[in-house]
Design a protein around this ligand. Structure first.
Ligand SMILES: [Zn+2]
Length: 458
């Protein structure tokens, strides 16, 4: 059952806002809602058609690809199957960093600049065109509606991006009020803060939650510990994203809020890659994204085997992402989903793991609070933060051009402002940051015991 207000927002106000931003979101979403039921064969035919268009445009308008295709003798007009992609080299973060201007399409308009800490902790600056924004928002919108909720339903968002948090202008307030979205900052999770969050969620009575699984389960544990009931508010679903979702987190969130957890996998750089449906399948946004799974030598693995996720985003004509290495690990699931959607499935996604850290005064913080201090520094090529104890935090750092003592002391000051003035910050320069033995990257690791809900500072 959908309320009149939600229908008005979803059918009129949100599409209008997207149109004003030149995004074709509503039309794309309607098309996606039809194509999700197509057969694998029809979806692959659509992928091939869009892949050809993307490669032809890259050959015509994007200097980096024009040169690349010439140098390896690749003719986009001759592409007749999806396997032709394998003739192209991978796109890496280092290649994007070194070719940032040559990757922009010559006639691109309205490119927006983004940056990300990335799954490996390597900061990355890149650009996103309007077409791609419209497609990513539409894919997220489609997945939202799989769960019987819609844009415009009351929502609590537990999030931590300082960019979004500082954009507290009037337009943003107006938009959040119309969309009925309330933002809770995920960075600082003191007991007092968590109690305030619980009160705000009870007051709002949201139909959906959205946030990091680590943050939502921490809020849930606090509710359980203090005996605050949260399963009587009518919450329909909790959307989790940006991090690996652990089984114990899923259990806590489902138990406390009395709703299913819907896992999403994607990132600003790689796009909206996959989302869980109510039958449990992690469906790939196959209309927009071609996913390859490759081994350590870059060769495709057999279906069902794990390997690195490589994505080609088909709506990126203005700044192409073709065979982009995500650094994350997953497997393609060859079995069909019970829901009947033809969209292929991902399983066993690993990679985005971010620990909580504990400040000297006992405040528990999301690891992103520390990542943001280093992420935007062009002088830092890659990093990993390891909280060894309440007294000592180490930063493993690959220096970039311009790195020097003033950058080092800026990092120290930034970390001490978060963790406490008495904390020792030890910066160690490295040639590279390697993943852990399991193959996954963890860019904030804490060895301090953060027992969920206990908020202990041992
Ligand atoms: Zn499904």
């Amino acid at each position: 059952m959908t309320g009149l207000y939600t229908r008005c927002v979803a059918n009129v106000l949100f599409p209008l806002q997207e149109r004003l931003k030149h995004h074709d979101t509503a039309r794309v979403r309607r098309a996606l809602e039809a194509s999700q039921w197509w057969s694998r064969t029809d979806l692959e035919a659509l992928q091939l058609q869009r892949l050809r268009a993307l490669l032809l445009r890259a050959a015509r308008d994007v200097p980096y690809y024009r040169e690349l295709f010439q140098s390896i003798g690749f003719d986009a007009a001759q592409v007749t199957c999806l396997d032709a992609l394998r003739r192209l080299p991978f796109l890496t973060k280092a290649l994007i960093r070194n070719n940032i201007e040559a990757l922009k399409a010559e006639r691109a308009e309205g490119l927006a600049r983004f940056n990300t800490g990335g799954s490996s902790g390597e900061p990355l600056v890149f650009f996103i065109g309007r077409e791609r924004v419209g497609h990513d928002v539409a894919a997220k919108w489609r997945a939202t509606r799989w769960w019987g909720v819609d844009i415009g339903d009351p929502e609590i968002v537990v999030w931590g991006s300082p960019i979004e948090l500082s954009a507290q202008d009037r337009l943003r307030h107006w938009r959040d009020a119309v969309m009925r979205t309330e933002l809770l900052p995920a960075f600082e999770m003191s007991e007092a803060r968590l109690d305030e969050f619980l009160a705000r969620i009870r007051r709002r009575r949201p139909r959906m939650l959205f946030g990091y699984p680590s943050a939502l389960s921490l809020i849930g544990s606090r509710a359980e510990k203090t005996g605050v009931r949260m399963d009587d508010l009518g919450i329909r679903v909790a959307f989790c994203t940006s991090e690996r979702l652990y089984e114990h987190q899923r259990n806590t969130i489902e138990r406390v809020f009395g709703c299913p957890v819907a896992n999403g996998y994607g990132a600003r750089d790689a796009g909206f890659i996959a989302h869980q449906c109510p039958s449990g399948g992690m469906h790939i946004t196959a209309e927009d994204v071609i996913v390859e799974i490759v081994d350590g030598r870059g060769q495709p693995v057999p279906p069902g085997d794990s390997g690195e996720i490589v994505v080609t985003h088909l709506a990126t004509g203005e700044f192409p992402f073709i065979r982009y290495r995500t650094g994350d690990v997953a497997a393609l699931d060859p079995s069909p989903c019970r829901c009947g959607r033809g969209l292929p499935l991902l399983k066993d996604i690993q990679g985005r793991a971010t620990d909580f850290v504990v400040a000297q005064d006992g405040t528990v913080m999301h690891g992103l609070a520390l990542i943001y201090i280093l992420r935007d520094l062009p002088e830092v090529a890659a990093f990993r933060i390891v909280q060894e104890s309440l007294e000592l935090t180490r930063v493993e750092l690959v220096p970039g051009p311009g790195y020097g003592p003033s950058i080092a002391s800026a990092i120290e000051r930034g970390l001490m402002a978060r963790l406490g003035a008495g904390v020792r910050i030890q910066i160690e320069l490295r040639d590279e940051i390697l993943p852990e033995k399991s193959g996954k990257y963890r860019y904030v690791m804490s060895r301090v015991d953060v027992r969920e809900g206990a908020l202990c500072a041992t």
